[in-house]
Design a protein around this ligand. Structure first.
Ligand SMILES: Cc1cc2nc3c(=O)[nH]c(=O)nc-3n(C[C@H](O)[C@H](O)[C@H](O)COP(=O)(O)OP(=O)(O)OC[C@H]3O[C@@H](n4cnc5c(N)ncnc54)[C@H](O)[C@@H]3O)c2cc1C
Length: 342
């Protein structure tokens, strides 16, 4: 079935980005079927316009009006596509809400995604930065993705190895940046589920609830409770979650930093590298609760930048640059933003 291209012009994006930044798109299109992506190429009125693929808008900073076409991914659908001795395979379309999808899997009685409960955004964007939280990453239960190739107009699939998942990274942020539009993601949900309670906060929350043998649902409930306490709800205070990635450095560099900063918060990684807590570095520079223009640093978590009311992309960019400069000057560590600047 062909879905017509209903293009809206000068479309406000304020309610489509969780920072709540006011900016408009020259052209806007809801994508509810993959076929529309091929049809766009044949629409002369869109020739030469830059393109932006948009999901839930929870990992972007709009730095101004977008002069091109916003393709808002709203393709829906969840299907069980198979099972073997190890896993149940479930496919979810790009426009499904991530948090909603996680709850759906739990309602079927399948574990695997519970540590990633309540992360905002869409299923289609989840592989882009290999979303992660509370000791788990999307890649842990990922099976395959299908995507539309903007260069060839073809649909292709990639398995886990081809996606080159890393810490908040994947091939979609590297070689396939601006090229792949994710249509759906297939997950392998393990039949022999094991709780992942490596993360201290989760273990404490479960202990406080006297849950010695937690189910996937128990872990999801615990994660949701922790997140609700720690992170601002974008419906109340505009934000894009953690604004900076945790910097990864060598053990030697960490040892040198410890001499000057004995309280340094760091975590050894399986490959021997060291992850620093970006929030701690920012807090040490005195930024928690501070603001610059209409953008600020969340008072409960220094890693989260917030819209204090009417913030522009420029406010957010300037605040982020000021924080990164302070951290660089004090610790010699470079902070890299997590959201995509548009
Ligand atoms: C309160 C809060 C908490 C958060 N917590 C976490 C967390 O714990 N862990 C974590 O990893 N992230 C977290 N985030 C960040 C964010 O939720 C995730 O990165 C999420 O996956 C972004 O999804 P989205 O649909 O909103 O993407 P968008 O913001 O719409 O887009 C992000 C990027 O992906 C691209 N994109 C979107 N959809 C597609 C598609 N179908 N195909 C190709 N490209 C696409 C966009 O072009 C853009 O470059 C948090 C954000 C908020 C606001």
């Amino acid at each position: 079935m062909t879905v017509p291209l209903t293009i809206e012009r000068d479309f406000s994006l304020r309610r489509l980005n969780t920072f709540g930044i006011e900016a408009s798109a020259a052209a806007y299109l809801r994508i509810t079927a993959a076929g529309q992506l091929a049809d766009i190429a044949h629409d002369a009125s869109l020739d030469g316009l830059p393109r932006l693929v948009l999901g839930g808008g929870s990992n972007i900073v709009l730095t101004g009006d977008f002069p091109g076409l916003v393709m808002h991914m709203m393709i829906e659908g969840i299907a069980v596509i198979g099972a073997d001795a190890d896993a149940v395979y479930v496919r979810a379309a790009a426009g499904e809400s991530w948090a909603g999808f996680v709850q759906w899997t739990l309602a079927q009685g399948w574990g695997g995604l519970e540590n990633l409960s309540l992360i905002p955004g869409s299923v289609g964007a989840a592989p882009i930065q290999n979303i992660g939280a509370y000791g788990a990453e999307l890649k842990d239960c990922f099976h395959a993705v299908s995507a539309f190739d903007r260069e060839t107009g073809r649909i292709f699939t990639l398995d886990k190895a081809a996606c080159q998942f890393g810490y908040r990274d994947s091939v979609f942020k590297q070689a396939l940046r601006e090229r792949a539009i994710i249509l759906d993601v297939t997950f392998a949900l393990p039949k022999r589920w094991q709780p992942n309670i490596r993360y201290a906060d989760v273990a404490h929350e479960l202990a406080a609830r006297a849950l010695q043998a937690p189910t996937p649902r128990d872990i999801s409930d615990a994660v949701i409770a922790i997140r609700s306490r720690k992170l601002p709800d974008p419906a109340q205070i505009g934000n894009a979650g953690s604004f900076f990635k945790n910097p990864v450095i060598s053990a030697a560099r960490r040892d040198a930093l410890l001499l000057e900063h004995p309280q340094l918060v760091s975590y050894a990684q399986p490959d021997g590298s060291i992850k620093l807590a970006a929030g701690w570095l920012i807090d040490q520079c005195g930024w928690k609760g501070k603001r610059l223009g209409a953008a600020g640093v969340y008072e409960k978590q220094a890693l989260v930048l917030v819209n204090c009311g009417g913030a522009t992309g420029r406010d957010v960019t300037q605040l982020a640059a000021a924080i990164a400069a302070d951290v660089q000057a004090r610790f010699g560590v470079r902070l890299e933003p997590e959201p995509i600047f548009v």
